[in-house]
Design a protein around this ligand. Sequence first.
Ligand code: C2E
Ligand code: CA
Ligand code: CA
Length: 319
Amino acid sequence: GITALENSSHLQHPGEMILHGRQACNFAKINGRDKIRLYNEDDIAVKERRRDIYWVPIIRKALRENDLFLVFQPVVQLNNGDISHYEVLLRMRGEDGEAITPDQFIPVAERMGLIHAIDLWVVENAIDFLAALPSYLSRVSLAINLSGAAFQYPDLLQVIRDKLELTWVDAGRLTFEITETAAVDNFERTRDMINKIRELGCKFALDDFGAGFCSFNYLKTFPVDYVKIDGQFVRNLDNNETDQILVKSMVEIAGKLGKRTIAEFVETPSIALKLKEIGVNLGQGYAFGKPDRNLLDGHQVSLAILLNSQKPLLNNDEI
Ligand code: C2E
Ligand code: CA
Ligand code: CA
């Protein structure tokens, strides 16, 4: 690993220069060893590393001081507009009270070994949320995102079981969403863990379906109840014939395997209608409701009426 003095004019301390040399050396090793690597400020790997170092104490503090919170987005039955359940999405409270979205800190947490603590925090808090709901909302259920790392730790099962027992929340009110990238590490262990959690009565969904290269392999390997069609196929569905063909075939395959389909990124009423026509079971997206701290559903009544109506209204303005 080499770093040049001329690139380091802004450095405050000789130790920083040694650190750069060491980072360059680490990248040489990561990239297959037996290599020489020159430190480069613009390197993506360098930037990522710097970002990681910046975020780690912030994430630790957020976990410690409860600066994390959950928001909920409705998933709607396309045949009648009823809410089937809500997806739980994680947010971090920023310095000025703003909500930081998970794409900013979850990848870092995954790389830096903090993701398991986050997964457990989300599971426990989501179950607590259900337990605290008034009795007239006792049928509300939630879908919780899990990282791939979650399945590599045996305590996940125990945490879910203990929390359900302690709160008396019915396991059938929980679905866990797993993604292709998430489960990649250890197929067998992941499948075993999924089976054990299913034995408790929880359900599973395969998230981001179609986005990766091994979607069908995942569908074959993991016992899931729902297939969530990736938003990239849904977003422009009403004017993209390729997307329509792909979504139709996903629906057919999932249906034949006895799984229900959910489309994400349903942004307009006309897409919701198109999905209904194709035979997708459930929809989620800004057209039905944005992620929110409360389980508010009043604003989607007009769309429910639309989904129920026989004659299709296709214009946004008509709603
Ligand atoms: P995801 O599981 O695919 O979640 C869907 C994302 O799409 C959410 O972003 C949601 O806010 C956004 N979304 C919903 N409807 C629409 C729409 O109509 N249009 C568009 N353009 N976007 C829509 P968010 O909340 O930023 O989450 C991003 C990702 O972070 C999630 O993707 C999930 O992979 C991960 N994530 C979120 N919460 C958690 C969590 O509690 N634990 C773990 N491990 N990962 C989480
Ligand atoms: Ca998800
Ligand atoms: Ca998704």
